[in-house]
Design a protein around this ligand. Sequence first.
Ligand code: SF4
Ligand code: ZN
Ligand code: ZN
Length: 314
Amino acid sequence: MTTVVCSICKRREVFFFRPYSGEKICKGCFTKSIENKVRATIAKYHMLQYDDRMAIAISGGKDSASLLRVLTKIEQDYPRVSLTAVTVDEGIGKYRDEALKNAAESCVELGVKHHVVSFKKIYGCTLDEISAHLRKEGKGKLTPCAYCGVLRRKALNIAARDVEANKIATAHTLDDETQTILLNILHGNPLGIAREKPITDRLHPKIARRVKPFCEIPEQETALYGYVNKIGFQAEPCPYASEAMRNPIRVFLNRIEDKHTGTKFALFKSAARIRPAIENMQTKEETTECTKCGEPTSGHTCRACEMLQQLFDL
Ligand code: SF4
Ligand code: ZN
Ligand code: ZN
């Protein structure tokens, strides 16, 4: 049987077929292609300045473990850039304990400083406690993920300030981005598409800009990067994941992508093209500070304070 050789180096054996480009790639060329793709994304969206202090949000899961590895390599091209890993402990039973252990081990292995903040410390309650309260009181229609998303966003911002970072890198992949685009539409929130861009604007001195260096890389490939490079990560899914509306969207997009290669990239590009129009539709709201917690918000109180207030009748 003849061995099929890599379409890039023309030497080594193929282990991955990239459907949207037609490339058949060996392990070594695959690793380089992901790192080069991240370099290109960083350059395309001006994600990294020569003296940035970057916080990398790591959860202990596969995507963020891969992001940490890729960014520590790319950092070598930027001698004045500093990296610190930050983790938000939402307080999700054993699931988060194991993820935290994995995150800490990755940081030790790569020699990156690691800072952890927790829901318990910031909000006085864990996500498990919020979930238990939701079940007991049967309050509203929001899932634990809805609380987690809002509270984690604020917690990450606090973590970035703790480590004096001016940017936060998150491991959102092409899959996450396209799911979010559809979720925003299904939630009747097209303005969300304008907000969720590869690099966010600096709306307030207390908010670090967010960058998503994996935004043009399919999740299958970030996972494969972790596998090829023997990066340890937590494989167990979050116990609340099945309640999220994101799940059926993920299945839907994967099914379409299987039949019509390139659909996720097309959706990502469509969002980029309509984003300026959505931004123009928006009335510019001034970002002020929440009267309860002092965090930046466009309203009187921030969304996190509002949600907790409604939940616990504070
Ligand atoms: Fe939070 Fe939901 Fe993700 Fe679990 S699945 S970490 S609850 S957003
Ligand atoms: Zn090769
Ligand atoms: Zn607040």
